[in-house]
Design a binder for this molecule. Sequence first.
Ligand SMILES: Cc1cc2nc3c(=O)[nH]c(=O)nc-3n(C[C@H](O)[C@H](O)[C@H](O)COP(=O)(O)O)c2cc1C
Length: 363
Amino acid sequence: MIWPALRWTLFHLEPERAHRLAHAALHRVTPGLARLRRPKVPPELHVSCLGLEFDGPVGLAAGFDKGDAAIAGLFALGFSHVEIGTITPRPQPGNEPPRLFRLVEHRALINRMGFNNAGAEVCAQRLSRVPPAARMGPVGVNVGKNKTTPNEDAAADYLACIDRLHPYADYLVVNISSPNTPGLRQLQEREQLDALLRACVARLRERAPGKPLLVKLAPDLSPTALDEAVDVAIEAGVSGIVATNTTLSRAGVERHPRATEAGGLSGAPLEPLATSVVRRCYARAAGRVPIVGAGGVMSAEDAYAKIRAGAALVQVYTGLVYGGPGFVRQLNDGLAKLLARDGFRSVAEAVGADHRPAERASV
Ligand SMILES: Cc1cc2nc3c(=O)[nH]c(=O)nc-3n(C[C@H](O)[C@H](O)[C@H](O)COP(=O)(O)O)c2cc1C
């Protein structure tokens, strides 16, 4: 109920400042308080995926917590899992501010943060201090390369992050899809992707056998490039695919004064594109690995659309900025109703339903 007033206040602040304030508040939440306040997730939303248990399908996408590890506060919002990062081996400041913009009329953001983070060592120390009671679900760590590292040496950066951070991660994500690190997205091309992912998979198998490693893809790949990336990733041994990161497209926001800002667009305008990518990844993966769907989930209907398109789990960032602290509970409650409406007894039953003709009726 106080969210409209709080949002009004936060939205009058410079976006990064508002983010810092919100994050600082989440940092103050103790595990005890988090357990007390955490909204109950309807039991039918339980998801078993990647060899892990999730009490619901909705998690926090990477980029909101870039290694400060406000774990208890984030779980208190109702997320089933929290993805930290992107973390790079060495600390880096990211791009010059301003680098985060609201497109309020479109319920969207444009960001060109550029992997601002304190580096793998500091992040590992912070995660090591998180009390076990704060981990109310799986914690993922999303890793990347430093801006100054040339693509030829990128693998060493990812491996350094895996080495230092795997003890604190229930799963790891190789991020090669941020539009804000020059050249990063080239790592999605066949040969580079194959070499990078094989090296990462081998290293994690050596260090922590059985721990899942996922890859996060951009929504801007052509259909053929996407199919190829999915095949290469699965053949390299990844456990899952996160689809998608932000987009370079400005479709739907062309006339907004901020549309010309460089960076990745997220939120409502990304939804149709990201969902189509989830759909294609699911079809191509054909059950070999699960798909984690992200991009423009602003309502329970959006989350449900991702699940029906093939997402076993769903992640949100921009929706939280616009929807506030009650957002995840709204998604979970709404999802439970949508599943019941369509006669699904679990999330798993609904995953990929759009691909099965008999279940297309309610699309
Ligand atoms: C401000 C901001 C920073 C982000 N930083 C990262 C990041 O560091 N690593 C990453 O993999 N994704 C990052 N993302 C992308 C999100 O994880 C997500 O994939 C994308 O925003 C689409 O989801 P949404 O529409 O729910 O925001 C960032 C997004 C935003 C808005």
